[in-house]
Design a protein around this ligand. Structure first.
Ligand code: ATP
Ligand code: MG
Length: 648
C-alpha cells in the first residue's frame, strides 16, 4: 500500500515547481550553473539581495495546503495545516534525495540540503506578515517542538545561527511512522515489544476503558501475558541507564505506544532507583490515556496516583487454564495438563514461555521446559549445588544440629512451601527466613546448606557475594534484585557465600562509600525478608558482625572449629565405603595428632586415596596428604605431629 505521505508529496511538488520558477528569476539564470554558489558572494548577488525588501520571499507567495493523509497526526498533536506542511517539507528528503538538490537550489546554497526554518516559511507563507507570525510555531512550547516531532539543528559551521538558518529535522520515530508505521523505533530495541491483543484476558477491561493508571502488583512474572488490546511492553530493568537518556527513552516509548495505538505497559518499576522512578512518574503525569505499570513492591512513585491491583499468583486450576491456552491446538493429554499445573508453580507469563520453548508435547518435554524456565535464569547468575550431604554426614555439636533441624521445621511448616514458593499469599514482609552460618573455613557451612536444601526438596544455588558487590553505586542492589527475583521464580534456597564481602563493609561510617555499603546491607536484608524462601548467609567472621544486622536474621548458627572428638567422627565418615583402608589408619589417632578442619580432612583423605592408587590407603599416604595440606596453609608440621606423640 502506498503511504498517504506520497500523495501529499505530489502536492508539495507543485509548490516546489512554482518556487523554482520564482527562484530562477530571483537568483538569475546563472545561479544553477555556478558550482560554488553559496560558498562565495558575488558583486551582482549583493546588489540583487539589496533590492529585495526585508522579509519578502524570493520564492513567491506560498500557502499551506491541506494534508488529508496526515489528519490523524494533526488530531493527536493538535497541529495546524501549516505545521503539517513543515513536517512534510522536512520529511521529503527521507523519501527521495532529489529534494536535497531542490532545497539546495531554492536556498541558493549547494551546502544547504536540508530545509531551514526560512525555507519552510518561504514555501508555506503568503507574505512577510505571515512569515513573522509563523515564527512562533517554532517556539519550544509550540506543538512541533514540544511533542518532539521535529528538532531544530544548527549548522555546526555557524556560530549561534539565527532561528531562520536552523535546519528542521523530523524526529526518526515520526519519520518511521509516517513512512511505514510498523516496526518499533530503534531506540526501543532490546527493552520494548509489541504485545498483540488476546481476547481471553478481560480482567482489566473496564479500568482501562476508563483511562485508569493501573499498577499491577504481584510476584515477578505474574503480570498478564496479553490483554484485550494491543500493549507496548517495556522492561524497565533493561531501559537505558543515565538519567537524561532514560527520560528520553521513556518519552520515546510512550509516544511509540501512542503512535501504534497501544497501551503503554511499564513493567518492573522496582528496577528503577528512586530518581528514575520520579522521572518516570513525572512523564506519566502528563499522559492522558490508560497506562499499565507492573512491579512487586508497594507503589513508590510519590505524587503520581495509581490504582493498585494486587495480582494473586495463580492457583493450580488457573495454571491449568493457562497451560490449556498456551498449548491450544497441540496434542497434550488432559492428565498431563493436570500434572503440569500441579507440579510447576509458574506464572502465566512463564507458562506461555515454557509452552513455546518446549521441544515437543510429551509430559517429559513440557516438564523439562517448565523446569528449565524456572531454573535457567538463576543458573546464569549462580552455581547450582547438588545437595549430596545428609544429616548423617554432618558432624556438629548437638546445639548446632538442633538449630539446623529447627530451621527445616520452620520452613517446611510454612504452607506456602507446600504449595510452591511465593504462591499463596501476596508479598508481605517478614516471611523470608534468613540464616547466618558463621565459622572458620572448612567447618561445614556449605555442607549444612546442602543438608537443608536436600531435606526441603528444593534446589540449592550458591552465589559468591564478593562477585555481586559492585563499586558502582546502585549496581549491587540491581545484582541482588536479579538474583532474588530469579531465585523466587525457581523456588530455590539461596546460599550467599563470602557474605563478608558485604557485611564487612558495615561497622562505622567513615566516608561516603561506607554509607553506600550500609545502604547495600540494608537492601540485602530487605530482599531477604521479602524473599519467600530461605537465604543462607555464609561468613568466615573475619569481621565482627554488627548486632543490628544479626538481630534481623531468623537464625544464626555457629560452626566451631572441630574438637578432637568431632575430628575423629569426621575422619571416620570421610572415607567412601569403596576405599580399602590399611589397619594403621586410625581415626582417633589422626584426630588427636592434627588440628585440622573438616575441609582439611576431606582434602587429606582425597590426596591419600590418589596416592594409594588401587591398593589400600595406609598411614604413610595419609601423612603425606597431611604434609601437603599444611604446606597449602603455610604451616610447618612439627616432627612430633608427623611422627606421633609417642615417638617424638
Ligand atoms: N562439620 C562437618 N562434618 C562433617 N564433614 C565436614 C564438616 N565440616 C567440613 N566437613 C568436610 O569438609 C568439606 C568442606 O566443608 P564445607 O565446604 O562445608 O566448609 P565451609 O564451612 O563451607 O568452608 P568455607 O568457609 O571454606 O566455605 C565437606 O564437604 C565435608 O567433607
Ligand atoms: Mg563453603
Amino acid at each position: 500500500m502506498k503511504p498517504p505521505v506520497l500523495d501529499c508529496l505530489e502536492r508539495l511538488d507543485v509548490r516546489l515547481a512554482e518556487a523554482v520558477a520564482a527562484a530562477r528569476a530571483a537568483y538569475g539564470i546563472e545561479a544553477g550553473r555556478d558550482a560554488f554558489r553559496g560558498l562565495h558572494i558575488g558583486e551582482d548577488e549583493v546588489t540583487r539581495v539589496l533590492r529585495r525588501s526585508p522579509g519578502t520571499s524570493p520564492l513567491g507567495p506560498g500557502s499551506a495546503a491541506e494534508v488529508p493523509g496526515l489528519g490523524w497526526l494533526a488530531d493527536r498533536y493538535d497541529l495546524s495545516p501549516f505545521e503539517l506542511n513543515v513536517l512534510l517539507v522536512a520529511l521529503a528528503p527521507e523519501i527521495d534525495l532529489r529534494y536535497e538538490r531542490l532545497y539546495g537550489y531554492l536556498q541558493d546554497d549547494v551546502t544547504r540540503r536540508r530545509p531551514t526554518v526560512e525555507l519552510t516559511l518561504n514555501l508555506l507563507c503568503e507574505g512577510t506578515a505571515e512569515k513573522i507570525r509563523r515564527r512562533s510555531d517554532f517556539a519550544a512550547d509550540a506543538p512541533l517542538l514540544r511533542h518532539r516531532l521535529v528538532r531544530l539543528v544548527a549548522d555546526p559551521h555557524q556560530v549561534e545561527p539565527p532561528l531562520l538558518a536552523r535546519y528542521v529535522v523530523v524526529d526518526e520515530q515520526i519519520a518511521d511512522v509516517l513512512l511505514d508505521g510498523t516496526g518499533l523505533d530503534r531506540r526501543l530495541a532490546g527493552w520494548c515489544a509489541i504485545v498483540h491483543p488476546s481476547d481471553g484476558e478481560t480482567r482489566f477491561k473496564d479500568l482501562l476503558d476508563a483511562g485508569q493508571r493501573l499498577y499491577l502488583r504481584g510476584p515477578p512474572g505474574s503480570g498478564p501475558v496479553a490483554l484485550d488490546r494491543m500493549l507496548l511492553h517495556a522492561d524497565l530493568a533493561l531501559a537505558p541507564g543515565d538519567p537524561v537518556g532514560f527520560t528520553d527513552a521513556v518519552r520515546c516509548f510512550l509516544r511509540e505506544a501512542e503512535l501504534h495505538g497501544a497501551v503503554p505497559y511499564l513493567d518492573h518499576v522496582d528496577a528503577l532507583d528512586p530518581h528514575r522512578l520520579e522521572l518516570t512518574a513525572r512523564v506519566l503525569a502528563d499522559l492522558p490515556g490508560p497506562v499499565v505499570l507492573g512491579g512487586k513492591a508497594v507503589w513508590a512513585g510519590g505524587e503520581l496516583a495509581v490504582r493498585t491491583v494486587e495480582i494473586e499468583p495463580p492457583e493450580a486450576a488457573e495454571r491449568r487454564a493457562c497451560w490449556v491456552a498456551a498449548l491450544a491446538g497441540r496434542d497434550v493429554a488432559a492428565a498431563d495438563l493436570d500434572l503440569l499445573a500441579e507440579r510447576f508453580p509458574l506464572t502465566p507469563r512463564a507458562i506461555s514461555e515454557a509452552a513455546g520453548a518446549s521441544g515437543g508435547d510429551t509430559l517429559a518435554e513440557l516438564s523439562a521446559a517448565a523446569r528449565g524456565l524456572a531454573g535457567h535464569e538463576l543458573a546464569a547468575l549462580a552455581d547450582r549445588v547438588e545437595p549430596r550431604a545428609t544429616w548423617a554426614d554432618l558432624v556438629l555439636p548437638d546445639d548446632e544440629l538442633d538449630a539446623l533441624r529447627e530451621i527445616c521445621a520452620r520452613v517446611a511448616g510454612q504452607e506456602r512451601v507446600l504449595r510452591g514458593w511465593g504462591f499463596g499469599h501476596k508479598l508481605s514482609r517478614g516471611t523470608g527466613v534468613g540464616v547466618l552460618l558463621s565459622g572458620p573455613p572448612g567447618t561445614g557451612k556449605t555442607m549444612a546448606a546442602e543438608v537443608l536444601a536436600g531435606e526441603l526438596h528444593l534446589d540449592l544455588y550458591r552465589i559468591n557475594l564478593a562477585g555481586v558487590v559492585s563499586k558502582y553505586i546502585g549496581e549491587t542492589e540491581k545484582n541482588l534484585d536479579r538474583i532474588f527475583d530469579a531465585a523466587e521464580r525457581a523456588s530455590a534456597v539461596l546460599l550467599l557465600d563470602e557474605a563478608d564481602a558485604l557485611l564487612g563493609k558495615r561497622s562505622e561510617v567513615r566516608d561516603a562509600h561506607d554509607r553506600y555499603a550500609n545502604i547495600e546491607v540494608a537492601y540485602l536484608l530487605q530482599r531477604m525478608e521479602a524473599f519467600p524462601g530461605v537465604t543462607l548467609l555464609a561468613t568466615n567472621m573475619r569481621h565482627n558482625l554488627d548486632e543490628a544486622f544479626t538481630r534481623r536474621l531468623a537464625f544464626s548458627v555457629r560452626f566451631p572449629f572441630p574438637d578432637q572428638a568431632s575430628r575423629a567422627s569426621i575422619w571416620r565418615g570421610i572415607w567412601p565405603r569403596e576405599v580399602p583402608l590399611g589397619p594403621d589408619v586410625d581415626a582417633d589417632t589422626l584426630a588427636s595428632r592434627f588440628a585440622l578442619s573438616g575441609g582439611n580432612i576431606k582434602n587429606v583423605a582425597l590426596a591419600a586415596a590418589f596416592l594409594a592408587g588401587p591398593g589400600p590407603v595406609t598411614l604413610a599416604h595419609v601423612l603425606h596428604g597431611v604434609r601437603r595440606e599444611y604446606q597449602k596453609m603455610g604451616k610447618a608440621l612439627t616432627s612430633g605431629e608427623l611422627l606421633g606423640g609417642d615417638d617424638g
